[in-house]
Write a protein that binds this ligand. Structure first.
Ligand code: GLN
Ligand code: ZN
Length: 760
């Protein structure tokens, strides 16, 4: 008889056909009335519950569904709405809720930021001035709905108070306790109502516990959960953590809760070691997160089973929950829709729905049930073996070359100072050279042309001619505006990762592998499943063409190895470091091809380096070191007079400046306009020694910046940075902007540069 139970921490919201996204966008566009919208959402929500029920999941999460984001939901549940949204108390109306997420015509949206080390983004609650109340017991409503409609005994999911407060802003450290104390009674009220309703298990997510928490936080944690235990004694609480091993294991497992959920995928080593050292309490349930909620691969079921059996040595299997490592929010819905993938790849994939099957199966197999699932285990072995043996995973040419290259320290033949003077001689650039980040507006016309070509209505030749026309237009425009270093405009690219992935070996593209990035925005990351290999020049034709149309330098434009890796789903049979080196080796061949074609400035974008930074501090330096090395492998074989550029954006860099410097790019362009001078401050204390362009205007808004605003930015930067190394550029690519505003903004930027030059 099966004793272990299966449990899911959360299920993707977007729907197998992205119905959720479409409903949200229709509602925002005014094409769907609120009542119709709500009933569509309900249908989607119930279909997700039904699916988990059918797959045999024992503990099905409710309240994991959201109309946008679960942190925003939590703020709304407590009536925490910034003053500027004119909220009058009670249940937060949908227009106010979406106002916080997306902004209204009168009020700016709340900040959005990355959810731990994932590509999901949440809305940051603003606590200042808020008076929290329980506006609506949303978990209770979700529980009732599941029970009434489907007879499901749901497990309500809540964001825990410590995590909620820690992820919020608008309060000082000294006010942390006051905020915790304000929220505790509201949580108690929620939990009481759930208990009265007959709820058995509640999952309280405290992922903050895998980060570095202070002793103060641990005492807050105790206060919170002791109060819950005293106030709602009959209710089972599963304190859930994920994304890494917990810090303070001993304190956490002795909290007065009935279950502890740990991540045995991403925090396997740490959590297991802690368990071996301290044991696991005899009176608690262990939520064993063993199916990866973030990866797309089929789990090696035999290995998972032996891990589970090992865990069953710490807790009897009737107190073992076989869980996903985190919410399945981070993986696509189902492989069912994939009809075009190579069979050996498709068979090795498991998206959310397939993971449900793995969970149910493992729960059945643990503690002696193995024979009942023998066929499934064998099928799993075969699938994984098929991919392991595939040609794509066994490119000895790539493996040998990469092993040789990564064994040496990749560096330019001469140091920056010497290269710099060579480059000055070659390029004769004025003081404060101006340039852009790479892309120009992808207008409706550009997108339409690509679509026609993809559908086969345009020949490759016609499409190429169209791209050349775009390049012509923009080369002329850039000359006329007066920019010094030109770009071809990236009109042939949809996306900075997909474009390269389509041209390199080792990548696959799903038809429907969407995951939520933020709000209704979904991304479909490429899959790096084999050895990455260069198969021919990827960008030379367009770049060379652009260069043939002007006497000014045209910068070649590539996406860096770490960004390609961090924005893809990657294979797990080799370390990420190796994947990065394979990508770097492929890109090196492209860099060399560009150089041979006469392109003397090459930009290798690395906006996503920060996104891959491990949560655990101890692992960060190692990651940064091999990331830098990958960049250098890609860029270090060029001549001294070839100028390597890089670009970074989207993040804070202050604690990464040393690493950025050791990338040894001749010029970096970096986003600053949204960080209000903080970045300049970090460069001040670090005295950056290479070429640097600070973004002088924010491209994320259609507003045309005034000359004086940019002059202000430039003056401030020049108080800190060496004028001889200073470049002037917008803070990111311009592909999302309109034509008119782009031209007007760049004209103003060139004017601001002229003013700056006059002062020197
Ligand atoms: N070269 C890319 C562009 O201009 C860089 C994009 C980015 O930084 N995300 O679009
Ligand atoms: Zn950028």
């Amino acid at each position: 008889m099966q004793v272990a139970k299966s449990s899911v921490l959360g299920y993707p919201r977007i729907g197998s056909e992205r119905e959720w996204k479409k409903a949200l966008e229709a509602f925002w566009a005014g094409k769907l009335e609120e009542a119709a919208f709500q009933s569509q959402l309900k249908e989607i929500r119930l279909s997700h519950l039904r699916k988990q029920q059918e797959k045999g999941i024992d503990l099905i999460p409710v309240n994991d569904f959201s109309c946008y984001d679960h942190i925003l939901d939590t703020a709304a549940m407590f009536g925490i709405v910034p003053k500027r949204f004119a909220y009058e108390g009670g249940v937060v109306p949908l227009p106010v809720y979406y106002g916080m997420a997306r902004g209204t015509k009168d009020a700016a949206a709340s900040e959005m930021t990355k959810w731990f080390n994932t590509n999901y983004h949440y809305i940051v609650p603003e606590l200042d001035g808020a008076v929290p109340t329980l506006a609506e017991n949303k978990p209770l409503l979700a529980y009732r709905e599941a029970k009434q409609a489907l007879g499901i005994e749901g497990k309500p999911v809540l964001v825990g108070p410590l995590t909620f407060v820690k992820l919020s802003k608008g309060y000082s450290v000294a006010e942390t306790d006051a905020w915790i104390d304000r929220l505790i009674p509201l949580y108690v009220q929620i939990l009481r109502e759930l208990a009265q309703e007959g709820v058995q298990w509640v999952q309280i997510d405290e992922p903050i516990l895998v980060t570095k928490v202070s002793a103060d936080d641990i005492s807050r944690l105790k206060r919170i959960y002791e109060t819950f235990a005293a106030s709602v004694p009959g209710l089972n609480l599963m304190l859930q953590t994920y994304f890494e091993a917990v810090e303070h294991y001993g304190d956490i497992v002795s909290l007065p809760v009935q279950g502890i959920g740990l991540d045995f995928v991403h925090g396997l080593a740490g959590n297991l070691a802690a368990m071996e050292a301290h044991g696991f309490p005899k009176d608690k349930v262990l939520g064993a997160g063993i199916i990866d909620g973030r990866g797309i691969w089929k789990a090696p079921l035999r290995d998972k089973l032996s891990l589970l059996n090992k865990l069953a040595g710490f807790v009897p299997s009737d107190r073992l929950l076989v869980q996903s490592s985190c919410s399945l929010l981070h993986v696509p819905v189902s492989t069912r829709h994939e009809t075009k993938l190579a069979p050996e790849l498709k068979h090795a994939l498991a998206f959310a729905d397939e993971k449900l099957e793995e969970l149910a199966l493992l729960a059945q197999a643990v503690d002696g049930g193995e024979r009942a699932v023998a066929d499934a285990l064998e099928a799993c072995d075969r699938a994984l073996e098929g991919l392991r043996r595939s040609n794509e995973r066994n490119r000895s040419d790539v493996q040998q070359a990469v092993a040789a290259i990564s064994a040496t320290d990749a560096s330019r033949s001469r140091p920056f100072s010497q290269r710099h003077s060579e480059q000055q001689k070659r390029w004769q650039l004025p003081l404060f050279p101006t340039t852009t980040i790479g892309s120009f507006p992808q207008t409706a016309e550009v997108r339409k042309a690509r679509l026609l070509w993809r559908k086969g209505e345009w020949t490759g030749e016609r499409y190429a001619a169209f791209i050349r026309e775009q390049i012509d237009t923009w080369i002329k425009l850039q000359e006329e505006i007066g920019l010094d270093v030109l770009v071809h405009g990236e009109f042939e690219r949809t996306d900075m990762v997909e474009f390269f992935g389509e041209k390199l070996a080792g990548f696959a593209f799903t038809q429907n592998g969407w995951v939520q990035s933020y709000g209704s925005r979904c991304v479909k990351p490429p899959v790096i499943y084999g050895d990455v290999a260069f198969e021919g020049a990827m960008t030379v034709e367009e770049t060379k063409y652009a260069q043939s149309r002007t006497t000014r330098p045209v910068k070649g434009m590539l996406t860096g190895p770490i960004t390609i890796m961090n924005w893809s789903f990657v294979r797990e049979d080799i370390p990420r470091e190796q994947i990065a080196y394979q990508l770097a080796y492929a890109l090196r061949q492209e860099v060399e091809a560009l150089e041979q074609a006469g392109i003397g400035m090459i930009q290798v974008d690395e906006p996503a380096v920060r996104e891959g930074l491990p949560l655990k501090e101890a692992e960060q330096a190692g990651y940064l070191a091999w990331s830098v090395k990958a960049f250098r492998i890609a860029t270090s074989t060029v001549q001294d007079s070839t100028q390597i550029h890089t670009h970074m954006c989207y993040c804070e860099f202050h604690d990464m400046i040393d690493s950025i410097e050791s990338m040894d790019a001749d010029v970096i362009s970096i986003e600053t306009s949204r960080s209000h001078g903080e970045l300049i401050h970090s460069f001040e204390t670090n005295t950056y020694k290479l070429g640097i362009g600070l973004g002088v205007y924010d491209i994320h808004s259609p507003r045309v910046p005034r000359v004086e605003e940019m002059t202000g930015m430039i003056d401030r930067a020049l108080r800190v940075l060496d004028p001889q190394l200073f470049w002037i550029n917008p803070d990111c690519g311009l592909k999302t902007r309109g034509f008119e505003e782009t031209v007007a903004s760049l004209r103003n930027m060139v004017e601001a540069t002229r003013i700056a030059r006059d002062k020197f």
